[in-house]
Design a binder for this molecule. Sequence first.
Ligand SMILES: NC(=O)CC[C@H](N)C(=O)O
Length: 358
Amino acid sequence: MTTAYVALEGDHVIEGRGRAPGTARGELVFTTAYTGYEESLTDPSYEEQVLTFSYPLIGNYGVREERFEDDHVHPRAVLAKELTDDVAAWLADEAVPAVDRLDTREIVTEIRDGGAMKCGIAVGDDATEDDALEQLERCKPMSDHTEIGTQVSVDDPSVRGADNDRETVALIDCGAKDSIVDSLVARDAQVHVLPYDATVDTVTDVDPDVLFVSNGPGDPANYEQAVALVREFVDDIPVAGICLGQQIVARALGGTTEKMDFGHRGVNQPVLDVDSGQVVMTTQNHGYTVADPGDHLEVTQINVNDDTPEGLDGIDHDVITRQYHPEANPGPEDTLEFFDDVLAMAGDRSQRAVPADD
Ligand SMILES: NC(=O)CC[C@H](N)C(=O)O
């Protein structure tokens, strides 16, 4: 059995079984998701994080590429009570250290009490506690990853979907999950996937019907160019956002964001739609939240557990955003109609742009 050490803040070292070798460091978080491990592990939002699964068995339905949200694994390391051989082999292949046979209840309790925290990992035949502690020592707080967008965004623009007379979407890729683009293309939109630091000219050249800001890793305060783009275009075209996208839109319109203690990560986060009174189950993965939406956005949906904003609407602009993941990969699929609402908002503008026939 390969030895594995996990060093938490306070120099608390936990021992486990090594399933994929290497050393790593990152922000230690947990998800309560009991399904969707392929999607979670390939979600770019987990960049620079170490992901703990609180569900005790991870990998029981194999590893299939068609479920991936990106072409590689994003968490820096993975912790679970039991990882199947399939998942362990996949993580070893991807050079992502993995540890199981440790008490994930203890780790989750530490995160709930102490908040998402720095950690260091060392896995391998020769790994030592000191190796894990050295990784912990070198770990930076998430907000210090100021260039995290470059690690996950595309380098060059690309186009998905046919050029037809339907909606054109300019998607600012801050680390977008593939299923967000798929959800738009499945509704016949044409999606221009643009770098997270795209210029105003790049967006103008696309002549979009909607500016869509994606999910992504890290602190929304480190996405100044995306904030500037929203400010530049929001008077002229509709704007939408998911997760990091909601946070960026809020910051652009005078709102504020803050770090949560341990965030929301799971597939059964209850969200109340304020107007209809309906509660839906949602998939979530975030550690920051909108603290104050400012004067130009109203909160339309809230998290039932802690009242944090889960949906925002523009008061004087065409804007809709979600803090959760409506693309439902993994599900539940209660929230897919968000994409219909976004494209309806984009379509409304196309109609208004047609000169009046008098
Ligand atoms: N999934 C996401 O887009 C995450 C958003 C942001 N990085 C957060 O942790 O809050």
